[in-house]
Design a protein around this ligand. Structure first.
Ligand SMILES: Cc1ncc(COP(=O)(O)O)c(C=O)c1O
Length: 361
């Protein structure tokens, strides 16, 4: 019960443990295209999706490095550890970074983006984390995307922990590059970063060829190979074949249940957990209406470090939850993940009874 990697279903494990496939030729190419098609349904996009071999951050790195050129200015939302990582990635690509901040535990304010864009007309793109996993806060993506749209500037979204877990419609929101990760709500092991790219993003990349972003995480390199090698090897590198098979199985399970049904299930489980935590007298870190239904942040009781609770739940109950992230929150909160196909009421009740036993002790 950490916020990813999640426990995966048996079918997914079976694919990981099966024979290693050749990564080219008609058989694997068909599997790859099928997996991309499933991802398009989850991203809700008709545009291109690439499956980068790497963790989610590789996808964010590719998004920033491919869309932007050194010296260009980007406006980044930051209200947690992963927002700060996004700022760092932008700086390391040589971008000028303007930051919109909100306190950790609170959502980014759309009005702050509008103000920054009004005051700094040289801002060329906008980037934010959808679900800030370090604080559990779900940022108001639709409103912020509307602001980017009105200013005609491209939008990069880190949807690593939200994709497949809460509603997100890439094309409708006109997101330009949207990044996910295999190990969270897509229900597969870590190792793959699906990256969805809008038609406008390709136009921007083609119009400004002076980028400085290497080869491996260069989305144009991935697109060139997808087009030139479409029928036998639609990616530039040796694909992580078993991971793709596992991801396909995770996506099939998600889509068989139905996106909306899965989202509702998460919402029900989150409500059950939060109600139970309150009954135990525990304080939640973020307001329910501002946090995602995929994980819950709990404040450690006075005088107790969250590390102690994390250790207790694992040692006494074999339940793995996560501590806080970053110096400020590490020992102040713990985070209970409730994402992934296998999560059930029994898991929720198990963690609640483990916490009840801890508090009694
Ligand atoms: C919102 C968000 N962004 C980025 C990352 C980093 O992803 P990865 O560890 O797969 O590189 C995570 C991981 O938890 C995340 O939740």
């Amino acid at each position: 019960m950490i916020p990813g990697p999640v426990t995966v279903e048996d079918d997914v494990l079976h694919e990981m443990g099966g024979p290693v496939q050749v990564h080219y030729g008609p058989q694997f190419t068909a599997i790859y295209h099928e997996t991309v098609g499933l991802l398009q349904r989850v991203f809700k996009t008709q545009g291109d999706v690439h499956i980068l071999v790497g963790s989610g951050s590789a996808g964010v790195d590719a998004a920033v490095g491919s869309l932007m050129a050194p010296g260009e200015k980007i406006l980044v939302g930051c209200n947690g550890y992963f927002g700060q990582r996004l700022v760092d990635i932008c700086k390391l690509y040589g971008l000028t970074v303007a930051v919109v901040e909100a306190p950790y535990g609170k959502p980014l304010a759309p009005g702050d983006f509008a103000d920054a864009l009004a005051q700094q007309p040289d801002i060329g793109a906008l980037a934010l984390v959808h679900l800030e996993t370090s604080t559990t806060v779900l940022n108001p993506l639709a409103e912020i995307a509307g602001i980017a749209r009105r200013h005609h500037i491209p939008l990069i979204v880190d949807a690593i922990s939200s994709l497949g877990g809460v509603p997100l419609a890439m094309d409708e929101l006109e997101i330009d590059v949207c990044v996910g990760a295999s190990q969270k709500c897509l229900g597969a092991p870590p190792g793959l970063a699906p990256v969805a790219v809008s038609a406008r993003a390709w136009e921007i990349m083609r119009a400004r060829p002076q980028r400085n972003h290497g080869w491996y995480l260069n989305l144009q390199v991935w697109q060139e190979h997808k087009e030139a090698w479409a029928d036998w090897h639609p990616f530039p590198v040796t694909m992580a074949t078993n991971n793709v098979l596992a991801l396909r199985a995770g996506l099939q399970s998600l889509l068989a249940e139905g996106l909306d049904a899965r989202f509702e299930r998460y919402a029900r489980l989150a409500a059950r957990l939060r109600e139970g935590l309150r009954q135990l007298g525990l304080k939640l870190f973020a307001a329910d209406e501002q946090s995602s239904p995929l994980l819950t942040g709990v404040c450690s009781p006075e005088g107790v470090s969250s590390g102690e609770i994390v250790r207790y739940l694992y040692e006494e109950h074999r339940i793995k939850v996560a501590g806080g992230m970053g110096a400020e929150l590490r020992e102040r909160i713990f985070r209970i993940g409730h994402m992934g196909a296998t999560i059930s009421e029994a898991d929720i009740d198990g963690v609640l009874s483990g916490l009840a036993a801890y508090l009694k002790r």
